[in-house]
Design a protein around this ligand. Structure first.
Ligand code: ATP
Length: 326
């Protein structure tokens, strides 16, 4: 196996708080081990269009606390084509890069897998997505921060919901996995969570309305995972209007607010550990794996498994939301 001398690092897909902490850890762990580091801008776009710069320890100073990504991120159509990836490989080798660390979600890691297979490039991935929807890992970078942002927002919505005796539908991200909606509901004391893993949305909501809001409660908050097929919270509000016209259901879509902000301590620690482990993994000869965390231990997850959606939602948690909001 050829010795690795220079690592290229990129962030791709949706940004997530903690990506900067991961970039810092990858860079400093690499330099500590006498490896060169090249920062690639705008995800795969920077590989295809040759936007790269050499990183020093100083390049990553004072970023651990910043949300977003100093490398920028993008969705790059060209990289999904064989010609685009050929250009990427040419630029990468011209720059002297002989291994990559890719921080992103399932799309970014799918791209990494294809590139690694085509060009025999050692690549290690880090799970960078607020949705917590990757296989083989209990946590993804950014999830904890997004969850805290949601809870903070729902606490505020609760004040106005209670004052007006209203039903609020709060839409959160996570169209493939309901972790943000479900754990956001538990943490904020919401009355229900509507998640992709659950099928009978309107029945659940009818049950909620009959059980709680109608009898004893003077407000109700339901966390709804975004859902392009059903229209998410807006779609649900429309159905409530038709089936329970007596209720004044209001919708708040948290949207990109959930992606921003300074990462929580938990996300900074996770990103730092995973980032450092990515370099250890490459030096150990690991390739085409994502760093995951399982029961507190860092693990190597093959890209093929990481990109399978993780929907190990605990059904008991769905009941817990209901039981605790009686
Ligand atoms: P998020 O979870 O926030 O959506 P993501 O990593 O899943 O993040 P995508 O937009 O799906 O985001 O993917 C990011 C980029 O990865 C794409 O713009 C493309 O450049 C690359 N990519 C995705 N899928 C493939 C693929 N099948 N082949 C090659 N490249 C891909």
């Amino acid at each position: 196996m050829a010795k690795i001398n220079c690592i290229g690092i990129l962030t791709s897909g949706g940004d997530a708080p903690g990506m900067n902490a991961a970039i810092r850890a990858v860079t400093r762990m690499a330099i500590y081990n006498n490896l060169r580091v090249i920062g690639i801008k705008r995800g795969y776009y920077g590989l295809v269009y040759n936007e790269m710069e050499e990183f020093t320890t100083k390049s990553v100073s004072n970023i651990i606390q910043q949300g977003g990504t100093i490398l920028k991120t993008a969705r790059c159509k060209e990289f999904t084509t064989a010609e685009g990836r050929a250009k990427a490989y040419e630029n990468m080798t011209s720059a002297g890069i002989d291994a990559l660390v890719v921080i992103g979600g399932d799309g970014s890691l799918s791209g990494a897998r294809i590139f690694a297979e085509e060009y025999d490039v050692p690549i290690v991935g880090l799970p960078g997505t607020i949705d917590n929807d990757l296989g083989g890992t209990d946590r993804t970078i950014g999830y904890d921060t997004a969850l805290n942002t949601i809870v903070d927002a729902v606490d505020k919505i609760r004040d106005t919901a209670t004052s007006h005796e209203r039903l609020f539908l709060v839409e959160v991200m996570g169209h493939m996995a309901g972790y943000l909606a479900l754990n956001g509901a538990i943490a904020s004391g919401a009355e229900a969570a509507i998640i992709p893993e659950m099928e009978t949305e309107i029945d659940q909501l009818g049950d909620l309305i009959n059980r709680g809001f109608r009898k004893s409660k003077n407000s109700a908050i339901v966390l709804v995972a975004e859902n392009p097929t059903t229209g998410g919270a807006m779609g649900l509000a429309q159905r409530i209007k038709e089936e329970f016209p007596e209720y004044d259901a209001r919708v708040t879509i948290l949207g990109h607010l959930q992606r921003g902000g300074s990462p929580t301590a938990a996300d900074r620690i996770l990103s730092s550990k995973m980032g450092a482990q990515a370099i250890t993994a490459l030096m150990e000869g690991q390739r085409n794996v994502m760093i995951g965390i399982k029961n507190g231990d860092l693990v190597y997850v093959p890209f093929s498994k990481a990109t399978q959606h993780n929907s190990s939602i605990d059904r008991g948690d769905i009941d817990l939301v209901k039981i605790l909001s009686i």
